[in-house]
Ligand binder design. Structure first.
Ligand SMILES: [Zn+2]
Length: 242
């Protein structure tokens, strides 16, 4: 069975370098991964992976709410340059975190909406992190670009409904399975909007994705092979790759 990973921080693995990880991923039959970045200082690494593994890595450049204060003033300009250089690059991860970020809410919203606007200007998919920010995120839904994904979805069923109405893709990680409402959430996601991710090396490792796929398919009452085939198609559709 072939797999995709919609959200992995390849540059943050301490024990293996990107080349070793990509070798392991390919051994496990992964066909593509989205290499996301949360910090300004990760962008050059992600760019390097995109150059070295163009058929395997989809780069995503973003500024996460935890790392806003560390970014230089011209970060948005540099982000735009990256999008111009990499025609298939996505934006992310970015978003709102009203639980763990030390940045105030207004600043987070300003940085997030700047990335939403850039994703619309360049017609690029947006990889979004949300934590305890449903009200604000609900209000921002009408501004979302055509393609956006809520990574490691941890919201309520009501928020899920609203996001789906605006075209959201929903990415499931092993962390989602541990939540009380997870079965209801997983069953509610339409097949054509479902993605799977490791969020490695943080929430889980990519070698957990085959098992995650089994669990998600069992909850949805679907054949795992068919579900994963569809998830891979969704990945290609979402990131605009083949
Ligand atoms: Zn992440």
């Amino acid at each position: 069975m072939q797999f995709t990973d919609s959200h992995i921080h390849l540059q943050d693995y301490k024990t293996k370098d990107a080349q070793q990880n990509i070798f392991c991923l390919q051994q496990l039959d992964f066909i593509k991964v989205a290499a996301v970045s949360a910090e300004f200082t990760s962008w050059d690494k992600v760019a390097e992976y995109a150059e070295n593994y163009p058929d395997f890595v989809v780069p995503a450049f973003g500024l996460h709410p935890w790392y806003i204060s560390e970014a230089p003033e011209n970060w948005l300009f540099v982000l735009e340059e990256k999008l111009q250089k990499f025609s298939l690059a996505a934006i992310g991860e970015c978003g709102l975190d009203f639980l763990k970020s030390k940045e105030d809410k207004e600043k987070q919203e300003e940085v997030f909406t700047a990335q939403i606007e850039l994703s619309k200007k360049y017609n690029r998919p947006l990889n979004i992190h949300l934590l305890k920010a449903e009200e604000k995120a609900s209000a921002l839904m009408p501004q979302m670009p055509v393609k956006f994904v809520l990574h490691s979805f941890s919201g309520s069923i009501n928020f899920l409904r609203r996001a789906l109405d605006f075209g959201a893709y929903i990415s499931i990680s092993a962390a989602v399975l541990r939540r009380k409402e997870s079965e209801k959430i997983i069953r509610y996601i339409p097949s054509e909007r479902l993605l799977l991710e490791s969020d490695g090396p943080y929430l889980s490792d990519y070698n957990a994705i085959p098992e995650l796929a089994q669990s998600v398919a069992a909850i949805r009452g679907e054949d795992v092979g068919e579900m994963v085939w569809r998830v891979n198609n969704n990945f290609m559709e979402f990131y605009g790759v083949k």
